[in-house]
Write a protein that binds this ligand. Structure first.
Ligand SMILES: [Fe+2]
Length: 403
């Protein structure tokens, strides 16, 4: 067993470039405090015997080079569905985000379809693009209320970081946030997963250019590794010690370190929950070591996912909503060119959705859990995620910094 160091290859989703708030560090990490010996955990190399591994079959294992999402994962809202949304938007009024629920945002017909679409994400390709909302018909805050209302019909909305936000604002505010996390930064994002059943994005404002969503099937990557490097695949079923973001832990469960398996089939279906940055944070802080094989497994998975054979690019235009199965897909994005003013910048909204009908996530997966959520939600302040409030706050902060 060898010890990795700060000179190791970059993490799977790229330092500070990933989108999931829980998955990604600030661009420049503050020096991590050295752990006390009693807090140290070690990767114990309990990888699965690769002789017991078998290929993932079914529609979740696809190659991006062989499918067209417009044929297999695009739903264009009908006129009747738009009318139902408009009626719900009118009826719900202007509550705070938690006040938008299945009960307050009534969708008698579309709601049933959305629940079915959510289940299809578990059993099918794992992606869905909902198109048809005409962006110019709604204010940005109305778009947000529609989005939360639609999401509430698919499942339960989860807080996304220690801030307790139920609706994430994905926008580059790295010039005003001292410790901007991945979803608050611009540029490309490398492949990763978040911590939820379904991760979703709505685009309310496009970039000047670029910024495609890039996804890859974990099942297809799994099968390629099984063919070419089963020894590396076995590592991904084993233990990786992960160091979470300090405030996520402090204001949540209090648990800074977690030992996780990035791949599991405990639910009967391949389930992936992976972030390359967290095990590297653990190594850098002296909490753990990674074997050479563990490092190589992360690198090889990323290398394969980044090849045109495997990834699929999806354009999320203004008004579009993307839903992804966070257990069976990796996601990232291509780079983009943005506008200088915060109010004009590329702006997406994000939901983390838990689907109660899905099997529970294996106990050794999930960077965060219910024991974090209650503490995180205590940090939340009313209306803080409403886009107009968020952008106003960030714009004021930028002005104050310039003064
Ligand atoms: Fe993400």
């Amino acid at each position: 067993m060898s010890t990795t160091s700060n000179t190791s290859p970059p993490p799977l989703e790229g330092g500070g470039r990933g989108e999931g708030s829980h998955q990604h560090e600030p661009r420049e990490l503050a020096p991590s405090p050295r752990p006390s010996p009693s807090r140290r955990e070690r990767a114990v190399g309990s990888s699965r015997d690769h002789a017991t591994l078998s290929a993932v079959e079914g529609p979740s294992a696809w190659k991006g080079s062989e499918i067209d999402y417009r044929q297999e994962g695009l739903h264009t809202l009908s006129t009747a569905e738009i009318e139902e949304i408009d009626a719900a938007l009118h009826a719900v009024g202007t509550p705070d985000i938690p006040g938008i629920t299945r009960e307050t945002f009534k969708l008698p017909t579309l709601g049933t379809s959305l629940r079915r679409m959510g289940e299809d994400l578990r059993t099918g390709r794992g992606f869905l693009l909902l198109r048809g909302l005409k962006r110019e018909r709604y204010t940005t805050d109305e778009m947000a209320r529609i989005y939360v209302g639609l999401g509430a019909h698919i499942g339960t909305l989860l807080p996304q970081s220690w801030h307790g936000e139920l609706l994430g604002n994905v926008i580059d505010v790295s010039d005003v946030e001292a410790a901007a996390r991945g979803y608050q930064s611009g540029g490309s994002q490398r492949f990763h997963t978040d911590t939820c059943d379904i991760v979703s994005l709505m685009c309310v404002q496009s970039a000047k250019s670029g910024g495609l969503s890039r996804i890859a099937s974990v099942g297809a990557l799994h099968n390629r590794l099984l063919e070419t490097r089963p020894d590396l695949l076995a590592q991904l079923y084993g233990d990786y010690v992960c160091r979470r973001m300090e405030l996520d832990a402090e204001l949540g469960s209090g648990r800074l370190l977690k030992t996780l398996a990035f791949f599991s089939q405990a639910t009967g279906q391949l389930s992936c929950n992976i972030s390359g940055s967290y095990p590297r944070r653990a190594v850098d802080a002296g909490d753990a070591v990674m074997t050479d094989l563990q490092v190589e497994a992360l690198d090889e998975l990323e290398r394969l996912a980044a090849s045109p054979e495997f990834y699929l690019d999806m354009s999320i235009g203004e008004g579009d909503i993307q839903f992804l199965n966070n257990r069976t897909l990796l996601h990232g994005r291509t780079g983009y060119e943005d506008w200088p003013e915060i109010a004009r910048r590329r702006h997406l909204l994000r939901l983390w959705i838990e689907v109660p009908s899905w099997p529970a996530l294996p106990a050794n997966q999930g960077m965060h859990g219910p024991d974090d959520h209650a503490g995180w939600l205590r940090q939340r302040t009313p209306f803080m995620e409403v886009p107009s409030c968020y952008v106003a706050t960030m714009t004021a902060r930028k002005a104050a910094l310039a003064a």
